[in-house]
Design a protein around this ligand. Structure first.
Ligand code: AVJ
Length: 320
């Protein structure tokens, strides 16, 4: 760094440093691409909650209605006592619908999430609403090897992975997660929500909402880089891009440079040519039989399936 030049000094937390490192790597590769996990700072999490309420964004309300309608049938697959492990716990809203269908004294709930403060706050709220429920939060990255609390005697371990969150994984990452889950849930099972292949217009609208919330959510990645890392770029030089890629059966989100521009990050300058994108997310869509085949390869036996009348979203029971 040259003397005499004043640098804005953003706070350098461990999380910031990981974001900075990953963003440098993302901007150095061709094509430019970053993990969607960096969407979810406080602003991004709030924007995602607004996405879930959008008229065009059908997955959340469709899955909630499946859980509401079939919770008892789903719970019946679990058997007697259950250690219920939620992967990537978030706000702990969906699991309440399952808990309502289970005798409280037969459940130990183990939400797993990488964000400690978020997880503990959500657990406080849950404990207040479900007195007597055993809750054992685990702060961990569930895609990496981790150790769950021992399963209570006479209980089965059941995983819960709603929201089609698995769609963010590449096929290789999804396979790795399913193998890890099949191993740690052995003798129990996994209840998982998946978004289904459907009419492209419906998919397109869900990721290109009229109110522009998804665009703001996407753009928040760069806004966050500006806030936390001091990144500098012409904000109006980037636009939201989301489209269905039928070859990969996935929605892709990108931030596209509308003209040639430079993005400055920590003393490095990254050039974008006109039309060049930073790939920010993929969201895979599945068929029920295709997903069941992938789960079977990873060690699960496919069980009951619940699908809405439009066949837009499915919740699958997989025996481990
Ligand atoms: C949370 C990954 C399931 O892929 O639909 C919503 C995230 N991205 N709108 C999805 C998201 C844009 C969402 N997942």
């Amino acid at each position: 760094m040259k003397p005499g030049i004043e640098w804005r000094q953003p706070r350098a937390s461990a999380e910031n440093q990981q974001f900075a490192g990953d963003l440098h790597a993302a901007l150095s590769r061709a094509p430019k691409a970053i993990s969607p996990k960096y969407f979810y700072d406080e602003t991004g999490s709030r924007l995602f909650e607004r996405i879930c309420e959008l008229p065009e964004y059908y997955p959340t309300r469709t899955e909630l209605s499946l859980l509401r309608t079939h919770a008892a049938d789903m719970a019946a697959q679990f058997g007697g006592g259950v250690q219920l492990v939620e992967y990537g716990a978030g706000a702990l809203l969906k699991v309440r619908l399952l808990l309502d269908a289970l005798p409280r004294e037969t459940v130990q709930f183990v939400p797993v999430d990488i964000s400690g403060p978020h997880l503990l706050a959500a657990c406080d709220g849950l404990a207040g609403d479900y007195p007597g429920l055993a809750i054992q939060p685990l702060v961990a990255d569930f895609t990496r090897p981790h150790t769950l609390p021992p399963c209570p005697r006479g209980s089965r371990r059941v995983g819960f992975f709603p929201g089609s969150s698995i769609g963010n994984f590449t096929p290789a990452e999804a396979d790795a997660f399913l193998r890890l889950a099949a191993a740690e849930l052995a003798g129990g099972g996994l209840l998982i929500g998946i978004d289904l292949v459907k009419d492209e217009a419906v998919l397109h609208a869900a990721y290109n909402d009229a109110a522009g919330v998804t665009a703001a959510f996407n753009m928040n990645l760069l806004d966050r880089a500006a806030r936390e890392l001091g990144a500098e770029f012409p904000r109006d030089g980037f636009e939201h891009l989301a489209f269905y890629n039928p070859a990969y059966r996935r929605i892709e989100m990108h931030l596209r440079a509308t003209r040639a521009l430079d993005l400055q990050l920590g003393g490095e300058i990254y050039a974008f040519h006109e039309g060049e994108t930073l790939h920010t997310e993929h969201s895979h869509k599945y068929t029920v039989s295709g997903f069941q085949a992938m789960a079977a390869r990873a060690g699960f036996r496919p069980g009951k399936v619940w699908i809405d009348a439009n066949r837009w979203f499915a919740v699958l029971w997989l025996e481990a």
